[in-house]
Design a protein around this ligand. Structure first.
Ligand SMILES: [Zn+2]
Ligand SMILES: [Zn+2]
Length: 346
């Protein structure tokens, strides 16, 4: 089968690989029907993910059909359509039992697929702990609608769930890329008064507005961003700020845009340390929430897609066959042609 392989820093190649086999009784083999390229794949390519193992097949966001299961797998059967979870987790340790699956203590726990073990930019993938890692897709939900369930949407869903949103809140979301858009989409489930998208990329802002993910969009480079938010909140500032951008100055922007006694939720992954200037913040009484996704709500997400409460399909702006995935990488990396997300069809 054809597969995208991380050779070494800076190099991904499309090459021929053996079809995977079941290794553990808790494994499943999934025939991939649709996969995506994620910005984390680009981080791996750049050598910015120290855990990534050279020689592995990349890709960690995909849907498919169960081909075979190990003898201990009970939640899915061969032939069923499934969404694959980005995180591998045992379901039994202290953290898993409390839903904190990102910190699963099993050796294979955490982000393994397409990072430490073979992932999904190929035709078949072996999924460890399949009972936790696979979720059945309802019949009325298409592959394109379900594609982001295990990674991007899980992130948005988790971020919205851990943030104390009320119907009176003005929420500023810094970063209108794919993750930011999913965060906005999931915040809507809690009916905040207003979602404001902030980004320096005009195309992304237009996209967020056009598809109704944001009510208002503001240019991150404009000096008026803070003034506009204040004017909308009787000079208080945003009730909640979601920092999804991870830029050099976006953490500072986040806490500055928040009103006193507001909440700053940091979902972004930074490449450098950030400064938390406690003397300057003293008396502002902010609450900070931080973390990496605990991706264990795929069933709820698929339910919301089925009901029409989540609509992630517009995020797929381009689709390529697996044979042409290197062209898709080029487009995605260079952010050409208004690309938000690329779907790959094996
Ligand atoms: Zn990802
Ligand atoms: Zn665990």
């Amino acid at each position: 089968m054809k597969a995208v392989v991380y050779k070494k820093e800076g190099i991904f190649t499309l090459e021929e690989r053996e079809k995977p086999k079941l290794q553990e009784a808790t494994d499943a083999i999934v025939k991939i029907t649709l996969a995506s390229i994620c910005s984390s794949d680009i981080h791996i390519k750049k050598g910015a993910v120290p855990k990534a193992v050279p020689g592995i097949i990349v890709g960690h966001e995909m849907v498919g059909i169960v081909e075979s299961i190990g003898e201990k797998v009970t939640s899915v059967q061969p032939g069923e359509r499934v969404a694959v979870n980005v995180e591998t987790f045992c379901g039994e340790c202290f953290f898993c039992k409390r839903g904190f699956v990102n910190n699963c203590t099993d050796e294979q726990g955490g982000w393994a697929l397409g990072c430490r073990i073979d992932g999904g930019q190929t035709e078949y993938v072996r999924v460890p702990f399949a009972d936790q890692g696979l979720t059945k897709i309802p019949d009325t939900v298409t592959d394109r609608q379900a594609l982001f369930t295990g990674d991007l949407l899980s992130t948005g869903y988790w971020a919205a769930q851990m943030t104390p949103v009320t119907s009176q809140d003005t929420i500023a979301v810094i970063g209108a890329g794919p993750t930011g858009l999913c965060v906005m989409m999931c915040l809507r489930l809690y009916h905040p008064a207003r979602i404001i998208a902030i980004d320096k990329d005009k195309t992304r802002l237009e996209f967020a507005k056009k598809h109704g993910y944001a009510d208002l969009v503001l240019d991150a480079k404009s000096k008026e961003t803070e003034t506009v938010i204040k004017s909308l909140t009787e000079n208080r500032g945003a009730d909640i700020v979601m920092e999804v951008a991870g830029g050099t100055d976006t953490f500072e922007m986040a806490w500055k845009l928040a009103r006193p006694s507001g909440t700053v939720c940091v979902i972004a992954m930074y490449e450098e340390n950030q400064i938390l200037p406690l003397p300057q913040m003293y008396g502002k009484n902010l609450t900070f929430i931080t973390g990496g996704v605990d991706a264990c709500k795929c069933d709820e997400i698929l339910n919301d897609i089925e009901k029409g409460d989540l609509n992630p399909e517009p995020l797929i702006t381009h689709e390529y066959p697996l044979e042409k995935i290197m062209e898709a990488y080029e487009l995605f990396e260079k952010k050409q042609d208004g690309v938000i997300k690329v779907a790959i069809r094996p």
